[in-house]
Write a protein that binds this ligand. Structure first.
Ligand SMILES: Cc1ncc(C[n+]2csc(CCOP(=O)(O)OP(=O)(O)O)c2C)c(N)n1
Ligand SMILES: [Mg+2]
Length: 325
């Protein structure tokens, strides 16, 4: 079934929103306005959009440290995201979480997560809850190739498999965990083989082609809603920028490799398709860019003008204040 034109344009707008959001967040971070860390999602936009556009608002999604794209695609408000990144009280977590801890339960976002692979058991738990509820709600979790080396990965795949849970494991194989190539880090050199060992069906898809991602996700989401068990999707992609926005860890990946992947820009690829198929004109695509830039400016203004948390706020939203005086 073809994807209708309005949906293609919506995907284009969302991918561009992620790109411009990341460019601006990185700029502000390097300019010293943003505390914490920023892990740029640039280069991987097609995966978050192609997958999340097939999820419903009540489906649960769990993100990771490189999470801004997942959150935007699942419907998060970029003003509250930017405010959180700035550490402001109007942010999603009242400024206490920052870039890696943004959550919005009202739209099924159970949170980004700074601990590599920690999202997998959270999503597996959400899938178990959905399974026990008996409806057709599902869970999806995004994680990188590096997460496949963690114990939580093995435990989550195993439980999801034996209990036939409605969960989609979305591996964004951008080939590196910081500077370590996955073929070095993974015994056997293959992520799909590892998932198959737990009896999960697996598909590997070009993660820079949003239409391919969307079509694969559509089929897998429909299947998962029927409670036949989990599915593993591996998307091949690449991150354009260093592990995080800082010069603290040098980027040791080959320059030619980075340049070659930048030529596979998922946004330009979709733009080319939209123009070729007459879905949009160059002028219309430029208008979308202007509109997106305007919304990013507005989000930054909102964040800058918002108040910082008060010292006494440190005692709110915590499990226990006993012993603190
Ligand atoms: C348990 C744990 N170990 C190490 C780290 C430090 N760390 C943060 S991100 C990262 C690499 C993760 O690589 P991958 O899962 O491939 O995601 P990518 O950064 O490529 O998106 C590491 C080692 C961490 N945050 N948590
Ligand atoms: Mg990686």
């Amino acid at each position: 079934m073809a994807i209708d034109n309005a949906e293609l344009i919506r995907m284009y707008r969302t991918m561009l929103t992620i790109r411009r959001f990341e460019e601006r967040a990185s700029k502000e971070f390097r300019g010293g306005s943003v505390p914490g860390l920023v892990h740029s999602y640039i280069g991987q936009e097609a995966i978050a959009v192609g997958v999340c556009f097939n999820l419903r608002k009540d489906d649960r999604m769990v993100s990771n440290h490189r999470g801004h794209g997942h959150l935007i695609s699942k419907g998060a408000d970029i003003r509250r995201m930017m405010a959180e990144i700035y550490g402001k009280r109007t942010g999603y977590c009242k400024g206490k979480g920052g870039s890696m801890h943004i959550a919005d339960f009202s739209i099924g976002i159970l949170g980004a997560n700074g601990i590599v692979a920690a999202g997998l058991p959270i999503a597996t738990g959400a899938a178990l809850a959905a399974h026990l509820e008996g409806g057709d709600r599902i869970a999806a979790v995004f994680f990188g190739d590096g997460a496949c080396q963690e114990g939580e990965f093995q435990e989550s795949l195993n439980l999801a498999s034996i209990w036939k849970l409605p969960i989609i494991f979305v591996c964004e194989n951008n080939q590196y965990g910081v500077n370590t190539h996955y073929q070095y880090a993974i015994a056997g050199g293959s992520i799909p083989r590892r998932a198959r060992a737990y009896n999960l069906p697996v598909r590997t898809v070009d993660g820079n082609d949003v239409v391919a991602v969307y079509e694969a996700a559509r089929e897998v989401v429909a299947r998962t809603r029927t409670h036949v068990g989990p599915y593993f999707l591996e998307f091949k992609t690449y991150r354009w920028y260093p592990h995080f926005e800082s010069d603290a860890i040098p980027d040791l990946r080959p320059r030619e490799e980075i340049a070659a992947w930048k030529k596979k820009d998922p946004i330009k690829r979709l733009a080319k398709r939209l123009l070729k198929e007459g879905v949009a004109t160059a002028r219309e695509l430029e208008a979308i860019n202007e509109e997106v830039l305007g919304r990013i400016d507005e989000a930054v203004k909102y964040a800058v003008e918002s108040p910082l948390p008060r010292p006494e706020d440190a005692l709110e939203d915590v499990y226990s204040t006993q012993g603190i005086s």
